[in-house]
Design a protein around this ligand. Structure first.
Ligand code: HEM
Length: 226
């Protein structure tokens, strides 16, 4: 457990940095043609909004993990990184994320999945901020764990999507007649939900378990008492 606490943030930071670099790569040219998602030709603001979303969310992804490093979690450093994380990363990332969710060309499932994620990402950040400003540090920590779990949707998505593509690839010829575009669109439908719902469930489970352990054996999960 101690090893996890010590090396966990470093491992997580490396994964997040890799995802951030991978995410940025296709957009550094500022050319809509090289975008990995379809850009609406009838909405000139789509691509700029996507760029704002990517720049601010990548910043959040890079800074988020730092907040869990014990050495940085004290005093002014934590507060300064936290403010940049929220005001330059999460808030603009969530608002622009909501806009690109509305504009996605992958249909209502993607619109609602990503839309819901952006609302929850924003709300958990506001709750975390309100809690710490009111001096409720334990509550702040809980909201920020939920917030971080939602942020990791960016990582989950980029791991899940290739995995699902490989998993369903036997159907490419049999069900989709070799049509790669239709195949990709179908596989993509589950990702806007699957990338964050399990993360939130795990975060909630972790928080409840920690709370039960803290309150002692009377409140510990049943399997521990037996
Ligand atoms: C957690 C809240 C987030 C929400 C609600 C969100 C939402 C979205 C939406 C709706 C799209 C457009 C997808 C489409 O058109 O189908 C998108 C694309 C994108 N997002 Fe996010 N996102 C979030 C977090 C992040 C983070 C933390 C990163 C950092 C790496 C990120 C990087 C990207 C990139 C690079 C794209 C373009 C697609 C690609 O090239 O993979 N997003 N996001």
């Amino acid at each position: 457990m101690r090893a996890l606490t010590r090396h966990g943030p470093t491992a997580m930071a490396s994964v997040c940095a890799a995802v951030a670099l991978f995410s940025l790569a296709a957009y550094l040219t500022l050319d809509p043609e090289s975008s990995r998602v379809d850009i609406r030709q009838d909405t000139p603001s789509h691509y700029p909004l996507l760029l704002v979303h990517i720049a601010t969310s990548v910043l959040a992804l890079c800074l988020g993990t730092l907040q869990f490093v014990p050495a940085l979690r004290r005093g002014q450093v934590h507060r300064t990184i936290g403010r940049i994380y929220l005001f330059a990363g999460v808030f603009p990332g969530a608002v622009s994320g909501f806009c690109v969710a509305v504009l996605t060309t992958y249909g209502p499932t993607a619109q609602f999945g990503f839309g819901m994620l952006s609302v929850l990402w924003f709300v958990t950040a506001v709750q975390g901020l309100r809690a710490v400003r009111a001096g409720r540090v334990a509550e702040h920590r809980e909201w920020m764990i939920r917030q971080y779990a939602l942020l990791l949707a960016a990582v989950t998505l980029r791991v899940l999507l290739p995995f699902l593509i490989v998993l369903y690839s036997p159907q490419l010829d049999t069900v989709y007649g070799g049509d790669q575009e239709t195949f990709f669109r179908e596989v993509y439908q589950v990702v806007p939900w699957l990338c964050w719902v399990p993360n939130l469930v795990i975060a909630e489970w972790f928080l409840r378990r920690r709370e039960a352990t803290k309150r002692g054996p009377d409140h510990a999960p049943l399997e521990k008492i037996r």
